[in-house]
Design a protein. Sequence first.
Length: 254
Amino acid sequence: MDLLPIPAFNDNYIWRLRDPSGRALIVDPGQAAPVLAAWGNDPPPYAILLTHHHDDHIGGVAKLLEHWPDTPVYAPQDTRLPSGFRHVYGEQMLSIGPWQFRVITVPGHTRSHIAYAGEGLLFCGDTLFSLGCGRMFEGTAEQMYASLQRLAALPGATQVCCAHEYTLSNAAFALTIEPGNTALQQRMAQARAQRAAGQPTLPTTLGDERACNPFLRCDVQPVREAVQRRAGQTFTHSSEIFAALRAWKDEFRG
């Protein structure tokens, strides 16, 4: 499987998944130029997949469609997206080229955010990051926590293809929460080495995220204790731990 994170803007990744024939799909093309530069003489893509409406995820679509006008664009139903896209819904199965993906609804970052899971891959946009999660611009903490739990239930070997290079900054926060987490310490060292070598820290695996990412560990005692100690109160539900943890991250300056 030929999976490539294409850098865009300052810290975005546009994902390309290519089959042996050279045909591919594209996920969240915020810019067209990096995609076209990486494409070379390959044939037109099977499809473009969009996770949500933010411009750094869809801004390159119009230009790409000028080059490949017959390419279908799959997207959530949202009036803020251009008309003409093919709307997809939670639990829908998509057959694209040789691959099959399940659509997962993951509101929180935006109200209509979706993810695509299949072929051992998870294209999750700005919902789940390596060692972090997206900000809640439109959804509630309860929605975001439930969305992350949905993703965390996927197999541990699933490769997490998120849309931003935030691993090192997320690691600094995560180590504030769980400084004694050996797996997290190792992940930080790995990410530092990858970035020093000019390599992306992605994809990560869901198993690694469950071992290291505090936002997937709200039921783990060290995370609960750290959050409750900072908040000065006891929380009953893991979703409350998540809400306080996300608020802490919003204020964190590492």
